[in-house]
Design a protein around this ligand. Sequence first.
Ligand code: SAM
Ligand code: SF4
Length: 327
Amino acid sequence: MIDPFGRTISYLRLSVTDRCDLRCTYCMPERMSFLPRADLLSLAELDRLAAAFIRKGVRKLRLTGGEPLVRRDFMELVAGLSRFLRSGDLDELTLTTNGTRLARHAADLARCGVRRVNVSLDSLDAATYARITRGGRVEEAIAGVDAALAAGLAVKINAVALRSDNLDDLVALAEWADARGADLTVIEVMPMGSVEADRVDQFVPLGEVRARFERRWALTDLARRTGGPARYVRTDEGGTIGFIAPLSRNFCDGCNRVRVTCTGELYLCLGQPAKADLGTPLRASADDVLLDAAIDAAIGRKPQGHDFAIGARRPPAVERHMSVTGG
Ligand code: SAM
Ligand code: SF4
């Protein structure tokens, strides 16, 4: 799959549910309305969609949500999709999770051939974590990280930098991650969907976060790129820290990914409304002719880049919340 700007699409992020057991203040409002369960793609449909993208050249598949591990048949999906790892059609099958249920599933994920997980953890401080997640217990996420490491999975910690919440906690989080052999990636908050807080108050440009890290370590920029938006540095103690700065640094030139929601909507860019309905062609016939045509037509309309910006009284760049397309 090659888009109009010559970018090869080899990475799919597939959301398996919009539901979540947490309510992070930057991700969704406290009273989030979720989709009726009947609207969600079934396990077989999710599998068929993923298979269609893999046939078209996707080499990396990330399962996400909402919180993927709250979906009851999630491990069945992973077990089924692991056939593409065994056949060599997929290089990587992975997931993004908040970690609260990871302790229960880490060993099974490893058995299915999952090698890495991204765990979202914005602070190690119990009170701060509970405030950001609106009631989450940080011990659960920590237990999830430890279980993943014990199962032999590589762990990347994702933290969204938030002006009045975790800015003072990020150095400790980086130290903690490094002590466990996990990388930390810090992310700028993106204006996706309405939340109670003002995005202007939440937003911290990552240059500011980097300056804090530089007071603790000497940092060396790394050339390493993973095909994704992160830029990496190495600390003088050997730790690796990533920065994803969609607002202060546009990274769309090398974009290799698309996203499918749990209802089968294909989003061509995280920061643009452009989408295509894949649920209808998927359900319209048992063979994949219509589905394949819908995917091809959509890839031909992938936008060049996002228009994220945060400013006073600016509406969200896109109306949907991050939990619709996953991270
Ligand atoms: N529930 C899982 C989790 O939290 O890892 C997966 C879905 S969550 C939507 C994926 C990632 O998106 C998380 O790392 C989360 O921190 C990030 N995220 C959510 N809303 C965001 C926003 N408005 N700006 C930046 N990152 C956001
Ligand atoms: Fe749930 Fe992840 Fe959104 Fe937090 S960031 S509310 S854990 S989907």
